[in-house]
Ligand binder design. Sequence first.
Ligand code: DSN
Length: 465
Amino acid sequence: MKPKTSSKTYSLKSGRMSAGIRSLKASDPELFGYISDELGRQRSTISLIAAENIISEAVLEATGNILTNKSSEGYPGRRYHSGTLFIDKIESLAIKRAKALFDVPHANVQPLGGSVANFEVYLALCKPGDTIMGQSLIDGGHLSHGWHATAAAQIYKSAQYHVKRNGYIDIEEARRLAVKNRPTVIWIGSSAYSRKLPFKEFSSIADKVGAYLVADIAHVAGLIAGGVHESPVEYAHIITTTTHKTLRGVRGAIIMATRKGLGKDPMLSKKIDKAVFPGLQSATHNDMTAGIAATLHEASKPEFRKYARQVVENAKTLSHALINYGINIVTGGTDNHMMIMDLRNIRPGMGVFVEEALEMIGITTNRNAVPGDSSTPFYPSGLRLGTSAVTARGMKDEEMRHIARIIRDTVQLIRKYRLPEEPKERAAYLSEFRAGVIKDAKILNLRSEVSLIADKFPIYQDMKL
Ligand code: DSN
């Protein structure tokens, strides 16, 4: 097949209803209705969820198509099913683009998600009973980095490092824990951390104890690709990432071996590939692979660098505006796309009230623990915000300041609510809270303001569902 190139790089403006969706409308109106409703929700609300983005029409087209018909276990050129000529080309293209974008000698684009990719790293590097070390979930780390409730923590011993009172990663604690526990794998990378990741410092810790340093760049991959966040490629042995956060692509994941990694262990690429297939997965999800290829193509364009710069600028503007309204932000600001509001100055456990009130007015966010939180992970005292999706819609400083004012007004409206001490009373109290707040005329006014902003930045404008 002759490759075609297109001048169109990123568009949210000209979506259309695909043949597949037209058939679905006729054959399964109930399911079609839910998809249609979800499009309506995405159009009319504003996502400040740091893990979300709005993908282009091109990436949408690369995903969710006839590629899903094909079975293809194994790797390009070494498959366990016939008929994979084009699937091999697609996977090889995705691999080539990942290697070029992140400057690594090896990439595996088959992992079905970020947590799966990270588990595959353990399979590649650890024996049961080995020690793994990562940033604690309540300090902004990710579940898959050794949190006690996960499968990995049942199989491996887990040591967790934390952030200091000022919200920055406690590098000295990580060093002490590494020397004491001699982990096989050390993670650097977070889900709720707004500052530059200390790749260099963690590389010296890992090298000192002979551990593999794995950088999980799921949140900041797009910022690295766009040149506004330092790359861990010099420091880590392995890099994992999802492809749907700041990278602005389809949901999927990639595991990469760096030159440093291959220097430590020349078998690293093989170990990774064997851990993915046949270790944990079998047949590939080929439409997802095509979506990853399309995502990486867009992320290599000069326009993507502008996007990444604007994501960070928007996050800085939003956090400064919130701070000026008296809202505390963990670490006092941000270097990346996200920030964590610390609501303890109102009272602990406020995250759920603010999250729910903002959802009522059409802004989606997620409640989050803050460093030293005395409340529980389900009812934490903070709220995580991110600017990847609003930036993809074209919003800039003016909208960030407007959104900050709307958040301030919403927080003011619900300050009187208090999470009951008694866990059994919480569900009923929250029901009363919802019933009370939804009727407040000020909430309705804020909802209208949010709708006006969302309407000004339309998505998939001509898509008719
Ligand atoms: N890693 C989780 C998050 O940051 O929200 C899920 O993608």
